[in-house]
Design a protein around this ligand. Sequence first.
Ligand SMILES: [Zn+2]
Length: 197
Amino acid sequence: MGDPKDFQFNLPAEAKPAAHPLREKIHPAAWAAAPDCTSARPEAPASAIRAIVIHATAGASTAGAVSVMVAHRASFHWLVADENEAAHGDFVWASAPERRAAWHVRNNCSHPEVYDGARRVNDWSLGVEIVNAQSGGDGFSDWQLRATAQIIRYAWAKYPNLAHVVSHARFDPARRTDPGENFPWEKFAALTLAGLR
Ligand SMILES: [Zn+2]
């Protein structure tokens, strides 16, 4: 399936979609925790957002991912439910306000092909967590891929400078492998860009 630390595609400016809807619902517990595990963005989000970072939880449930927000002061903007959860097939969870910087990539991480190697990725990115065990036979469902692609399209239409879609592993290859080698990156990229170029 490929090496997660190579997972990146860029969003061609000429293909940017018009305003794109997103079926999302606020996750009450995550939203309540967000003020304590996010920070103000130094630059206004309308211009600041340059990248979306794709994560997988290495866990079994949405509730587990939300408990990590509280216990480890980590955060992300959206959470994509697993196959056995009610939200699957219906909507994605909004887990932190887009205007806030979520804490999903270490501040000393960077990659030369993403926003010219800038650090403090959280300040200029959005984070998506997909619920997946990241082990053995736990594949990603077609809906998880489509829902994540819809998040990208929604954000792409909304943020003028959004240009990069990238894995967590690409920024932090020594510590992280997510979204994992089971994640079909090329298929996901094709879904995101389908019909736009
Ligand atoms: Zn991650």
